[in-house]
Design a protein around this ligand. Structure first.
Ligand SMILES: NC(=O)c1ccc[n+]([C@@H]2O[C@H](COP(=O)([O-])OP(=O)(O)OC[C@H]3O[C@@H](n4cnc5c(N)ncnc54)[C@H](OP(=O)(O)O)[C@@H]3O)[C@@H](O)[C@H]2O)c1
Length: 238
């Protein structure tokens, strides 16, 4: 039985990935802050899930929490980091920016660094983290969100370079969604928003193939390319 941890599995994409892994007979440790949601999910697959509720922005407890989960699982093959946040912040409220930075930069780095140290020691393993197409360029609606996702994309690339030089079977997958229907969305852009089941399926497919970068859904690879190519004179006005 393969063993996985999903950090941020109480809702959204992480929750759906947890269900998919359980259906493939993984033993999965699911985490998040909302214990009742983790318990609800565990009650559906009691033989496949163990739960742990903790906040990854509380960086001093993260290593101990993850180590405990590995002990309970009896090993670790795959860690998926789904926890992330990005509220629209037109008024540039610093508190909203800070929340995104605390979670998407500080919490993120704490989890992925622990994971790489663990896999290095174990000499194998697979880290997958959900970034975003938003990380391709800056964004006026939530500047810290876009910037934190750019940080994640860049950080994962750095870690990939690091593990490649170790010449060990350690894999890093950057799961890069465009828009996923985890929350109600405006009707006019609905055609761009992937159902969460489809997004999770495509992510898992990419993980199983040990891809470096997975755009979700696939059309977002082209959209990301176009966003990247847009001249700044146009980009600044939209
Ligand atoms: N949905 C999209 O359109 C979209 C697009 C691009 C990228 N993404 C990225 O995909 C990832 C998942 O997003 P989602 O849409 O599935 O969001 P979601 O439904 O809000 O799920 C986020 C998960 O992260 C957990 N989490 C949040 N803050 C945490 C903290 N401080 N410590 C531990 N866990 C925490 C949440 O659990 P608790 O609240 O219980 O802690 C929840 O399980 C994020 O990184 C997001 O940026 C999403």
């Amino acid at each position: 039985m393969k063993k996985a941890i999903i950090v941020g599995a109480s809702s959204g994409i992480g929750r759906q990935l947890a269900i998919l892994l359980a259906s493939k007979n993984y033993m999965v440790a699911i985490t998040g802050r909302r214990k009742y949601l983790l318990e609800e999910l565990q009650s559906q697959w009691p033989d496949n899930f163990i739960i742990s509720d903790f906040d990854i922005t509380n960086t001093s407890i993260v290593a101990t929490k993850l180590e405990n989960l590995v002990t309970m699982l009896g090993g670790l093959d795959l860690l998926i980091l789904s926890a992330g946040k990005g509220d629209i912040n037109e008024s540039l409220d610093f508190n909203i920016e800070k929340q995104a930075i605390d979670l998407n930069v500080v919490g993120f780095t704490t989890v992925v660094d622990w994971t790489i140290h663990y896999f290095h020691q174990q000499q194998c393993g697979h880290l997958a983290a959900i970034t975003s197409v938003a990380g391709i360029r800056g964004g006026r609606q939530a500047p810290a969100y876009n910037a934190s996702k750019a940080f994640q994309i860049n950080y994962l690339e750095g870690l990939r370079q690091k593990v490649t030089q170790l010449k060990l079977p350690i894999f890093i997958t950057d799961l890069r969604p465009g828009l996923v229907a985890t929350k109600p969305a405006p009707v006019k852009i609905k055609f761009l928003i992937a159902p969460v089941e489809k997004a999770a399926r495509q992510m898992l497919h990419g993980i199983e193939r040990k891809r470096s970068v997975v755009y979700v859904t696939r059309r977002w690879r082209l959209i990301a390319f176009l966003i990247r190519m847009l001249p700044k004179q146009i980009y600044n006005r939209i």
